[in-house]
Design a protein around this ligand. Structure first.
Ligand SMILES: *[C@@H]1O[C@H](CO)[C@@H](O)[C@H](O)[C@H]1NC(C)=O
Ligand SMILES: *[C@@H]1O[C@H](CO)[C@@H](O)[C@H](O)[C@H]1NC(C)=O
Ligand SMILES: *[C@@H]1O[C@H](CO)[C@@H](O)[C@H](O)[C@H]1NC(C)=O
Ligand SMILES: *[C@@H]1O[C@H](CO)[C@@H](O)[C@H](O)[C@H]1NC(C)=O
Ligand SMILES: *[C@@H]1O[C@H](CO)[C@@H](O)[C@H](O)[C@H]1NC(C)=O
Ligand SMILES: *[C@@H]1O[C@H](CO)[C@@H](O)[C@H](O)[C@H]1NC(C)=O
Ligand SMILES: *[C@@H]1O[C@H](CO)[C@@H](O)[C@H](O)[C@H]1NC(C)=O
Ligand SMILES: *[C@@H]1O[C@H](CO)[C@@H](O)[C@H](O)[C@H]1NC(C)=O
Ligand SMILES: *[C@@H]1O[C@H](CO)[C@@H](O)[C@H](O)[C@H]1NC(C)=O
Length: 564
């Protein structure tokens, strides 16, 4: 038996849904947590791991209840005189594994930022290898039955049927109740962004440093801005990139996340038509004909979805799959627009295989009868997402009717509202809120070092306006604009953007206000735009940095979506 299809496709998500990376192999349970850093070689050289013990409840550290933070470092190789301490990274979510991020891309960070830093990935409290692990379930089978994270579909559609919103609401009520029932020792209420910020300070101090050096993308911007609000005099260097609407985050209303989603979609229509046959397989004669062409395909697939059996998995290409594939591509257009166009063109001929395989994720497999094989588990990303994203803001007590009204209002902001507005539905019913937690507003009269904020001109889920708004709450901060479409600066390599990052981290130099960086990538590469051809013509050191930056972006997408 499987959950009905409206449940089966249920994977709400704000910005980037965190997922665990397969193939991370290190037995964290062999480490013992300590309040000082004891490094052990792990994964592959030169990586080292440690577990840092922190108070579970910062308002009552004397009660002795602790949490362990899993930390990995790609160590600095520079001489002591040039060593600049730990540089912490958060990949977003909430619930993304910083350990996985640095295991997969630590070397690329060194290529981009130099070797003066210890590059630090940490799993926020409760996430992945940090303990106690956020878990609502007793077995993996129960988890995978109620949280179908192996489904090909990432976003549910609140408009899939007349009962879709109510179905999603009731499913989330159930998960919230299971969370509360699993929370006998009361640990979930401490899994909040303010405490993750406090943990970042503990990590920094454990290195013998006073001030945080940090880069956070997507939800990592909330974490960074929260840190700077709580500890304005502990800011060493702080970059937030793909900046969320902080007020929206802390009020459980991410309507403003959708401000530029349709503009991002429009770049597909414009770019595809312009690229023509050579660059875009799904092109129409003009950009104005593109939406109708896509609508025709969508209507056809509504009437006739396609079952697909691929070598790695099987699934169904239906309207929801199609719209999720499109939304995925809008997150990472430089990598995904051209393949999406090929998938759509083949789908238009009645063959769904290419679109499916471009977006497939492995089907769920487990030794479901063996509970010792199922635990301890690593893929608690959805539970982490829900605990943090719903535990931070004010309680959302909306009824189905109120959520329907909310959803309908968001449809005026974006045509993707049926997929993106589910973030509020997920939290309606969450009951675990700690008194006295930080709930905003973010901001500080003065920080010990100015923040650097980064916004793409067209970001489908963290609009540029949110970077500008957040910057106003931190006097002296600067917004760097990257002239690109997609989510965070990592969507495309930019010598300019990464030059500014390095200058900021290494020399403390901020870009001039109003700086706009272009990217070295095309939405529909072909002919003279061909990246391989361009690379050959240019300086190879520069390319190394760009490719490292691009690789970091791909790793983050693997961690946060399962599409690449
Ligand atoms: C990991 O280490 C722990 C403690 O040494 C041990 O009990 C456990 O069996 C190990 N797990 C695996 C999968 O090797
Ligand atoms: C919701 O679905 C209905 C029925 O398929 C459709 O007519 C309507 O346009 C959809 N609304 C939105 C905002 O997508
Ligand atoms: C959500 O935010 C939008 C944009 O700021 C606002 O128009 C709307 O009234 C808010 N809705 C709720 C339920 O707070
Ligand atoms: C459908 O497309 C796939 C991948 O492009 C191809 O391998 C397969 O042969 C096609 N099937 C048919 C029936 O044309
Ligand atoms: C259950 O899983 C554990 C851990 O992976 C393994 O050591 C054990 O052999 C499994 N037991 C059975 C009966 O498969
Ligand atoms: C939700 O309900 C709680 C408890 O009844 C109340 O304290 C809170 O203010 C309500 N939240 C909103 C947003 O109405
Ligand atoms: C802000 O803090 C910095 C570093 O502590 C200090 O140099 C500067 O004078 C302060 N600026 C204002 C306006 O207080
Ligand atoms: C930092 O400043 C030094 C001295 O002005 C300069 O040589 C170096 O290129 C700068 N480094 C970066 C990364 O901007
Ligand atoms: C780019 O050019 C290389 C070398 O000529 C070729 O192999 C590759 O297929 C081209 N890629 C695209 C996207 O046109």
């Amino acid at each position: 038996m499987r959950p009905s299809s409206s449940f089966g496709s249920l994977l709400p998500i704000a910005l980037w849904l965190p997922t665990a990376l397969a193939g991370s192999e290190f037995n964290w349970t062999t480490l013992e947590a300590s309040t000082t850093l004891h490094w052990t070689p792990c994964y592959s050289a030169p990586l080292q791991c440690t577990l840092l013990q922190v108070p579970m409840d910062y308002s009552a550290p004397q009660n002795g209840v602790t949490a362990s933070i899993a930390i990995v470092r790609y160590p600095s190789t520079s001489p002591k005189s040039q060593y600049r301490g730990p540089l912490l990274f958060n990949p977003g979510g909430p619930g993304g594994s910083g350990v996985d991020a640095i295991v997969a891309s630590g070397a690329d960070f060194v290529t981009v930022f130099g070797d003066q830093f210890d590059v630090i990935g940490f799993d926020p409290r409760g996430v992945s290898y940090s303990t106690p692990t956020i878990s609502f379930f007793k077995t993996e089978a129960e988890r995978r039955f109620l949280i179908p994270s192996a489904e090909n579909v990432i976003f549910p559609s609140l408009n899939a049927s007349s009962t879709a919103l109510a179905d999603t609401w009731s499913h989330m009520q159930l998960l919230s109740q299971l969370a509360a029932a699993s929370n006998m020792n009361g640990y979930l209420q401490h899994m909040t962004t303010d405490n993750i910020a406090r943990d970042m300070l503990q990590i920094t101090e454990a290195f013998g440093f006073e001030k945080l050096q940090y880069w956070g993308i997507s939800y990592g911007s909330v974490l960074g801005a929260t840190f700077a609000s709580l500890f304005p005099d502990k800011v060493g260097r702080l970059i937030i990139d793909g900046v969320e609407d902080m007020e929206g985050y802390y009020s459980g209303n991410l309507t403003n996340a959708m401000l530029d989603t349709d503009k991002a979609m429009q770049t597909f229509f414009d770019g595809c038509a312009k690229a023509g046959t050579e660059g875009c397989a799904f092109h129409a004669a003009s950009a104005s004909e593109m939406p109708a062409k896509l609508d025709a395909l969508s209507s056809a697939i509504k009437t006739q979805p396609f079952p697909v059996i691929a070598p790695q998995s099987h699934g169904i290409v239906d309207i929801l799959f199609l719209r999720n594939a499109i939304l995925d591509a809008v997150y990472a257009p430089y990598d995904l627009f051209a393949p999406l166009a090929r998938g759509l063109a083949v789908l238009a001929t009645g063959n769904a295989t290419l679109l499916y395989t471009q977006n497939e994720v492995p089907n769920f497999e487990c030794d479901c009868t063996n509970s010792s094989a199922a635990l301890p588990f690593h893929e608690n990303n959805f539970e982490s997402y829900m605990t943090i994203a719903c535990g931070d803001p004010v309680p959302i007590n909306d009824t189905v009717g109120e959520l329907q009204t909310f959803y309908e209002a968001t449809t005026k902001v974006s045509s993707f509202a049926d997929l993106l507005a589910s973030t509020r539905v997920v939290c309606a019913g969450w009951k675990i809120h700690r008194e006295g937690r930080f709930q905003g507003p973010v901001g500080a009269k003065n920080t010990s070092f100015p923040l650097l904020l980064v916004g793409n001109t067209i970001d489908p889920v963290t609009a540029h306006a949110s970077a500008v708004k957040t910057s106003m709450a931190f006097p002296g901060s600067v917004v760097l604009t990257q002239d690109s479409v997609g989510h965070t600066s990592l969507v495309a390599p930019s010598q300019c953007t990464f030059g500014h990052f390095k200058a900021y981290f290494v020399n403390g130099t901020l870009p001039a206000p109003g700086t706009v960086c272009s990217v070295e990538a095309e939405l529909f590469p072909s002919g003279s735009n061909n990246i391989t051809v361009k690379r050959a013509a240019e300086n190879s050191e520069d390319w190394k940095v760009r490719e490292a930056a691009n690789n970091i972006g791909r790793v983050m997408r693997k961690i946060l979506r399962r599409t690449l």
